[in-house]
Design a protein around this ligand. Sequence first.
Ligand code: SAM
Length: 354
Amino acid sequence: MKSPAASTALAQLDPALDTAPLLRDALGRPLRDLRISVTDRCNFRCVYCMPKEVFGKDYAFLERRELLSFEEITRLARVFHGLGIEKVRLTGGEPLVRRNIEQLIGMLSEIPGLDLTLTTNGSILAKKAQALKAAGLQRITVSLDALDNPTFMRMNDVDFPVERVIEGIDAAAHAGLTPIKVNMVVKRGVNETGIVDMARFFRERGHILRFIEYMDVGATNGWRLDDVVTAREIVDMISVEMPLVPADPHYTGEVAQRWRYSDGNGEIGVIASVTQAFCRDCTRARISTEGKLYTCLFATTGHDLRTLLREGASDAELENSIRNVWTRRTDRYSEIRTSQTAPLKKIEMSYIGG
Ligand code: SAM
């Protein structure tokens, strides 16, 4: 790692050098973002993520002692931050069902300069928004797949009403967890007729709606390419009523392609992970609920950091281990996927962290 003195000297030579990422993988991609799954449990059973037939009453979720503790998560976040991570996103499963999550946010928010955010299904956000903000959460992403209850309930499969998620989004806006992003996964034949209504609704509220192409993550959702509504189709559908123009990315590696409404009033994003894979700019590492490091959402094996933590590894040893994994990284699953879900074993998104 650079010493402060070396850092200052570099900055005097060329300011761009000082902000140069510290760690690059085998394909030259820097390590910038970290997603941490804080629980493999969720109170929804979205048909494309945790279908009831698989994640039913008998499903063996991880035991409490198997989860990373808040102290372990914070320690890892600090080590990753030292290696160049700028952003941490808490996810799951449903992160707000992890008990005392505000406490973890408080601990992570003490890491200087860290961009801290969280992705939630919004179901208990109305209750938690103020406390999350007070603990140091900066902004939030809420997943919502439809505005009409029959479709939404068909997606979440637990009869959870839309109104409660909207209340959560309003509470987050009120608490200042902004900019708020709303994620809509589009599955053909299920919710694509709601695309334009969703766009109109969130444009009026001033939140950024992002459409996600349905992905072949995990092995339980029976994914087929025909079920994917493409980003192009989505942009075209919305443009008929509210014309869109492409907008520049905020930074290299931004997952969503940005589109602005041509009247200057708002924007949307499309995450074309199937039809326009963005592996070449992928700067994300993931830590699963039980502390395994994954370098791709589609990776089949993780690198066990929990054992290192629990066996007393020093920060330098942890750093070395992460460095070894990242510098060898060559994953680019989405760029080489075939039209069929490949017959390899895949890790569920609820475990690895969406
Ligand atoms: N429970 C939280 C939530 O609902 O946002 C966080 C975890 S969830 C796995 C994270 C995101 O992944 C959600 O926006 C969800 O819609 C998305 N997701 C899950 N399965 C997906 C799939 N097969 N394709 C695309 N997105 C998916």
